[in-house]
Design a protein around this ligand. Structure first.
Ligand code: UTP
Length: 401
């Protein structure tokens, strides 16, 4: 993209302030800024800007109720496991890891997946995920493609970590790295924010960005070529996850589900896990920040929590469902953040109060469109201990213990 092209595009979209320090920039800074501008999807940017002026989101209709959650035991568990093993052996399963987040709570420089978590070995989070996939390839004598979503900020470091570790024994041809989209931050009046004279403040478009990123990077085509029908989805921060658990895959296929979720009983009523609910005949996720005290503490006649099971974001998707969703624009969520800006003289000013907005898409917004949704309970003691915070709950110390 040339300067002239960028100028025309920005003017057309009311964002000419992005080039206001152009003449003061070095050649390298000018090239980098043009490269950033080139990545912006101005159609999506318009949608972001319209969110800033939208009146409060329409309240969702219908009273939320708790969904049916399968707690498989005995013969039912055996049946689901056998069905899942059949899918795995047939090569119908792909694995998708979302690792494009910024891990700001953990405060680790570098991709969160490269964080050392093995209590004895010091092995990284990526090590644990990759070795479980390797075990699947051995146990089921099959290739299991591993799609790893990164962002522009951590792509190179993620690939380097895999290369330095010989892909943890996986065949590099079966490890597919791709980048999610990045969106510029905006002022409350819809202007793109510069956080340095030659640099636009940009952040990853959320884990929901995975759907459009899979499409844009040819991953759906790759899955199709390989015969993948079910996509096991998980987050980078939980080294205990049972990757492509056969019982979960099996239940998903037996139920002809499009979006299946593993759920776990909440540790305490206010634990920060999303809550799957049903309302108006559709499934939906209520974020923990939106749960009222009454909902968190509501009890059944037997004294159990009514909204008992939370979602740690362990899913199986039907590949064709994800492809269908890719044709749609996902809802956007706003986060009010402190973002560094540049004053009239080109000096960088740190923000002390939230002054701008970041935009994200959330994967669970796809729930409402899924034709079949299956919820499967699991025991957190076996499979869930996320590394979210530097200290305290859900930290490296609790995970290692
Ligand atoms: P979190 O919500 O825990 O966010 O992401 P985070 O960025 O890792 O950490 P904080 O909030 O800054 O401390 C849950 C999962 O979704 C991925 C993360 O990498 C993690 O696996 N994710 C999140 C993305 O892949 N892209 C995003 O834009 C956001």
């Amino acid at each position: 993209m040339t300067y002239e092209q960028a100028k025309t595009l920005l003017e057309k979209n009311g964002q000419e302030q992005v080039l206001r320090f152009w003449k003061k920039l070095s050649k390298a800074e000018q090239t980098a800024l043009l490269a950033q501008i080139e990545t912006i999807d101005f159609k999506e940017l318009k949608r972001c800007a319209s969110m800033l002026t939208a009146t409060a989101a329409a309240a969702k209709k219908g009273k939320p109720t708790a969904p049916k959650v399968a707690e498989l035991k005995g013969a039912a568990l055996k049946k689901a496991t056998a069905a899942g093993e059949k899918e795995l052996k047939a090569g119908h399963v792909g694995v998708l890891l979302v690792a494009g987040g910024q891990g700001s709570r953990l405060g680790y420089e570098g991709p969160k997946g490269a964080y050392s978590i093995g209590p004895v070995t010091g092995a990284s989070l990526f090590y644990f995920h990759a070795r479980k996939i390797l075990a699947l390839t051995v146990r089921y004598a099959v290739r299991v493609p591993f799609y790893v979503m990164t962002s522009a900020a951590n792509y190179d470091a993620t690939v380097a970590h895999f290369e330095e570790n010989d892909y943890f024994g996986l065949d590099p041809q079966d490890v597919i790295f791709f980048k999610q989209g990045m969106w510029p931050g905006m002022t409350p009046d819809g202007k793109i924010i510069l956080d340095a004279p030659g640099h636009i403040f940009m952040s990853p478009d959320g884990h929901g960005g995975m759907i459009s990123a899979l499409k844009a990077n040819g991953c759906f085509a790759d899955m199709k070529k390989r015969g993948v029908k079910s996509v096991f989805f998980f987050q980078v921060d939980n080294p205990m996850v049972e990757v492509a658990d056969p019982a979960f895959i099996g239940l998903h296929t037996l139920e002809k589900s499009e979006y299946s979720l593993k759920l776990t009983a909440k540790r305490e009523p206010t634990e920060g896990l999303g809550m799957v609910v049903k309302r108006d005949g559709h499934f939906d996720m209520i974020e923990y920040t939106e749960m009222t005290d009454e909902m968190n503490n509501r009890r059944t006649k037997t004294g159990d929590l009514y909204f008992k099971f939370g979602s740690p974001a362990i899913h199986v998707f039907d590949r064709a469902f994800l492809e269908r969703e890719a044709a749609k624009a996902m809802p956007l969520h706003l986060a009010h953040k402190k973002i560094a800006t540049v004053d009239e003289k080109g000096k960088v000013v740190k923000a002390t109060e939230p002054n701008g907005y970041k935009f994200e898409k959330f994967i669970f917004d796809a729930l409402a469109d899924a034709k079949g949704v299956t919820c499967f309970a699991f025991d957190r003691a076996d499979e869930f201990s996320p590394v979210k915070n530097a200290e305290g709950k859900d930290s490296p110390a609790t995970c290692k213990a």
